[in-house]
Every structure is written in structure tokens, then in C-alpha cells.
Write a protein that binds this ligand. Structure first.
Ligand code: ATP
Length: 510
């Protein structure tokens, strides 16, 4: 029982005793209650707030560094900074100035919160967290007061739970620590940030509770430079999207408690999920398990995982049934993507489907063979060709275009513009600011027209293949890459003279 609660009980007992003796205690009682509320919780107008705190005792914060997949260098950096919290004597002996803050920067869902929690477990610190938006108020001074309060609360709670250190985790740092002067309408933001700087400057080596502030942001570009100078957030640690090995580790963590069929190879799943964040992978594992349960199965098979990948990318399947014409058009469109993808990069199609999901009417999914962070000009041209192939297949087979490919065309234009700005067009290297818009437009159009001509040539010469894949899609709804390739191969044996020159033709033309 807390000391305040004992005092409160004693005060109430005294009041009842005095009332029974005939003394009017109501005025004292009301004043007492107001005073208690003021000192303990503050009033709403003062903006007092209790922040979420986890005490870091075993059983409350369960996340350890082993529960965080990938991020090897981020974990290393964190462990180093935590050494001061865990073993201050060793660091002081070497004259190391303790780090006061670490800023984790990276896309959403990459595990920044998870890393901060693991840091608290590792250093046996109290963990207290708040989000930047909790400090933003319309009343001037309230945000600053909340900043003071969270530092105070961290110290008090650490003392109470007999901890020597506390980690304050501040999410959405771009809101709390956005560049000063950016919000010109009122000074509230600036006061809040100034208070954070003051509090961080006030963290001292000799404090009985050692504090470390871990900030997290998706927009490091918006954070005030004063925050990332040494002595405040001394280190900015990049928490990027996981690479293939990181994805495999994250999948292994989230599949730990799930029964997998023997055929499931997590390395293969990791290869297929380039661009997925940790949160996507967690959702994938969960969705695969839900699908297995829906089908009354006791283990998660490869097909559940494939379906879950599609669900994470495109959303839930829709009940909406398109008309027969529309379904045929979508099948032709997706077959166009799949055929051209296979012709340009054999083995690249993972699956193709015409079942509508919340994000699309159909979908062709390619499997990246390896993680890629750079693209050569020929790679971009191939991607543009595959993007254009859906709409061009509709024109080739059905005789007219539709609004379906508008998103593909937009992405193709963006890629072509990227080529222009990277000096890959006939304009050579250009200054994005100094080049007239119509010159860029002409260069983009030249790239798109070039690819359109090549793709139309491919589709016309492969018209019968295209129609066969589209028909199978209409009948079977989904085909895996093997089926698309089988379709192509069977034709190949029937008409060997037709296929081999195709991607040579593409290379020659481009
Ligand atoms: P945001 O920037 O949106 O706040 P975040 O980077 O803080 O996101 P988390 O909240 O830490 O991301 O991650 C969300 C969930 O995704 C976690 O609870 C966890 O299940 C999963 N996850 C993300 N990254 C990893 C990882 N590296 N290892 C294991 N699980 C992960």
C-alpha cells in the first residue's frame, strides 16, 4: 500500500470521528479532496498526464534482443550505449562520457519500439514511453510541462521500483522535436522542444537514477538539428527495412509458436518478401496461421503462406464478383504482365491471379531473386516494359484500352522520370531544377514509346500464348509461376521457332 493511501485513509477516519462528535467537517473534507487531486494528479487545465511505464521487472517487459530479428548494427550500437546504464564504473574508469540520447530512425514497423523495449530489458531499466503527439497541446506551456513531468516521473518510478536506471522512449520525435520556427502559428512547439533540450542537458553523471532517452522517428529530416548534436541525441541509429537474412530471422521469431509443414522453407519466404517490414512479416505469420485454422488444418503449409503474402500486399479477398467480361479483361491484363515478365526474365513470375482484393482486381507477383538496392538502366526498362504489358495486352486482344492500367502507367512514368534525372535518357545528365518541364516530358515519352513498341511486338508475336494463359486464369482464378512457365514451355515444344529469339529481340531492340 502506498504512503498517500495510508494518509488518505487516516484523514477520512479522522473526519468521520469529528463528524460524530458534532463538528461540521464538510468544508475541510472538500478542501482536502481538492488539494489531494491537485497534488497527486494535477488538474486537466495544467495538462498533467501519467505516461505509460513498464517497470522492466521480469514478467512485465518480456522483449529481449533475441526477440528482435535482423538489425545487427542497430543492436550493437544500442548495447554499447547501454553499457553505461548497466556497468557505469567501467565506462567512468575509461573517462567515457555517457550517452544521453539515441535516436532510432527508420520506416514504420521496422522494430524501433521493440528495440527500445529490448534495451530496457537488457539494462534492467525502468521503461517509460510517450508519443510525440501527447506533448502537443493548444495551451502554451502545457507540452513543456509534460516534458518536465515525464523526466520527473521516470526518476520517481525508478526509485520506487529500486532501479538504478530508466529509459524514456519518445516515439514520433518529429512531432515533439520538429525544427523550431517551422510552426509559426504558435510558440507551443518551440517551448516544448526547448524544455526537452533543457531536460537532456540536465542528465548528469552523478544522478542516483541514470537516464537514457531513446527517440524514434520516421522523418529524421524534420527533427531539429539542435537535438542531434553531441550531448543530446549523440547517436542516430538507422533502423532500415530488413535484408533477406533479417527477414528470415524475423519470420523465425514469429513462427516460433506456430506449427509449420515440412515443405515450408523460411529462407524461400524471406526471398519473396523483399520490401516487407518486421510488422508486415509479423502480420504474414499471423495471417498464414488464421488461414490454416479457417481450413481446419493443424499445420501451416506453403499455400497458406503464399496466400498470406498476397493478403499483406493487397488486402483481404473481396466477395465482389466481376462480370464475365470484366473478369476476362483482368485475366488478359494480368497475363500480359506475366508473359512479358517471363520473356524478359525467365523464372521471374511467382503467381498471377484474377481474384479481386481490396487493392486490385487482379495481381501478378514477381519473385525477386536477390535483394536489390540499385537498378541499372536495362533493369528499369524491363520493369517499365512489364508495367506497360497489362494495358497493351488488353489493347492487343480486346481491341481497346480501359482505365484498369492507369496505376501501372503512372508507375511507368515515374520510373522513366527517374531514368531522366539519373542521366539515362537522350538528354544526358540534367539539373532537375534547371531543365524545362517539356524537355523532361519529351525524354520520358521517348522512353515510354520505345518500350511500348517493344512490348507490342512481343505480345503480337505471342498472341496465342497470351490467350491461353488468360483463358486458364479465367477458368482457374490463380496460376503459380510454374503453371505460367509450363504454358509457355508447352507452346515452345509445339513451335520451337517462335520463342527463343524473343528476349534476344528485346535486347536488340533496347
Ligand atoms: P512505428 O514507426 O510505426 O512506430 P516501429 O518501428 O516502432 O513502428 P514496432 O512497433 O517496434 O515498429 O514493430 C511493430 C511490430 O512488428 C512488433 O510488435 C513486432 O511484432 C513486429 N516487428 C517489427 N520489427 C521486428 C523485428 N526486427 N523483429 C521482430 N519483430 C518485429
Amino acid at each position: 500500500m502506498k504512503r498517500e493511501d495510508v494518509l488518505l485513509g487516516a484523514a477520512l477516519a479522522a473526519c468521520m470521528f469529528l463528524q460524530l462528535r458534532g463538528l461540521n467537517v464538510w468544508p475541510f473534507l472538500i478542501i482536502g479532496i481538492l488539494a489531494y487531486a491537485f497534488f497527486r494528479h494535477g488538474t486537466p487545465l495544467m495538462g498533467q498526464k501519467r505516461f505509460v511505464a513498464l517497470t522492466g521487472t521480469p514478467g512485465t517487459v518480456k522483449v529481449g534482443f533475441d526477440d528482435v530479428g535482423g538489425h545487427r548494427s542497430a543492436k550493437e550500437e544500442l548495447r554499447e550505449a547501454l553499457e553505461f546504464l548497466a556497468n557505469p564504473e567501467d565506462s567512468l574508469h575509461l573517462g567515457i562520457r555517457p550517452l544521453k540520447g539515441i535516436l532510432l530512425s527508420g520506416p514504420p514497423g521496422t522494430g524501433k519500439t521493440l528495440l527500445a523495449k529490448a534495451a530496457a530489458t537488457y539494462s534492467e531499466s525502468l521503461f517509460i514511453s510517450a508519443s510525440g503527439s501527447e506533448f502537443v497541446e493548444v495551451y502554451a506551456g502545457v507540452g513543456a510541462q509534460r516534458v518536465r513531468q515525464i523526466f520527473q516521473q521516470a526518476r520517481t518510478m525508478a526509485r520506487r521500483s529500486a532501479r538504478k536506471s530508466a529509459i524514456i522512449f519518445l516515439d514520433e520525435m518529429e512531432v515533439l522535436g520538429g525544427s523550431r520556427g517551422r510552426n509559426s502559428s504558435h510558440l507551443e512547439y518551440d517551448q516544448t522542444l526547448n524544455q526537452l533540450l533543457v531536460e537532456m542537458d540536465g542528465i548528469g553523471q552523478g544522478d542516483d537514477v541514470r537516464l537514457l532517452v531513446i527517440g524514434a522517428t520516421n522523418r529524421i529530416d524534420l527533427v531539429d538539428p539542435a537535438l542531434v548534436r553531441p550531448g543530446r541525441f549523440d547517436r542516430v541509429v538507422r533502423v532500415a527495412l530488413p535484408d533477406r537474412e533479417g527477414r528470415r530471422q524475423i519470420l523465425a521469431i514469429h513462427m516460433r509458436n506456430k506449427p509449420l509443414a515440412g515443405e515450408v522453407d523460411l529462407d524461400g519466404v524471406a526471398r519473396e518478401t523483399f520490401g516487407f517490414s518486421g510488422a508486415h512479416l509479423e502480420s504474414l505469420a499471423n495471417e498464414a496461421a488464421i488461414l490454416a485454422r479457417r481450413q481446419g488444418q493443424r499445420t501451416i503449409s506453403r499455400s497458406h503462406i503464399t496466400e498470406a503474402i498476397e493478403k499483406v500486399i493487397l488486402g483481404e479477398k473481396l466477395d465482389r464478383a466481376p462480370s464475365a467480361d470484366e473478369r476476362h479483361r483482368v485475366a488478359v491484363h494480368e497475363s500480359g504482365h506475366a508473359l512479358v515478365s517471363e520473356l524478359l526474365r525467365p523464372g521471374s513470375v511467382n503467381s498471377v491471379t484474377v481474384s479481386p482484393r481490396s487493392g486490385a482486381l487482379g495481381y501478378m507477383r514477381q519473385s525477386p531473386r536477390e535483394d536489390r538496392y540499385l537498378m541499372a538502366s536495362s533493369d528499369i526498362k524491363q520493369e517499365i516494359a512489364v508495367l506497360l504489358a497489362g494495358g497493351l495486352a488488353e489493347e492487343t486482344i480486346l481491341g481497346e484500352a480501359s482505365t484498369g492500367p492507369s496505376d501501372d502507367y503512372k508507375r511507368a512514368m515515374e520510373m522513366a522520370r527517374k531514368m531522366v534525372y539519373c542521366g539515362m535518357s537522350t538528354l544526358g545528365l540534367v539539373d532537375p531544377e534547371g531543365t524545362p518541364g517539356d524537355a523532361v516530358h519529351r525524354a520520358v515519352k521517348e522512353i515510354i514509346d520505345g518500350q511500348t513498341k517493344i512490348v507490342l511486338g512481343l505480345l503480337k508475336s505471342q498472341r496465342s500464348h497470351l490467350e491461353r494463359i488468360a483463358q486458364r486464369l479465367v477458368d482457374e482464378e490463380s496460376l503459380d509461376g510454374q503453371a505460367v512457365r509450363g504454358e509457355k514451355d508447352s507452346r515452345e515444344s509445339e513451335a520451337p521457332e517462335e520463342l527463343p529469339p524473343l528476349h534476344r529481340l528485346y535486347r536488340e531492340a533496347s
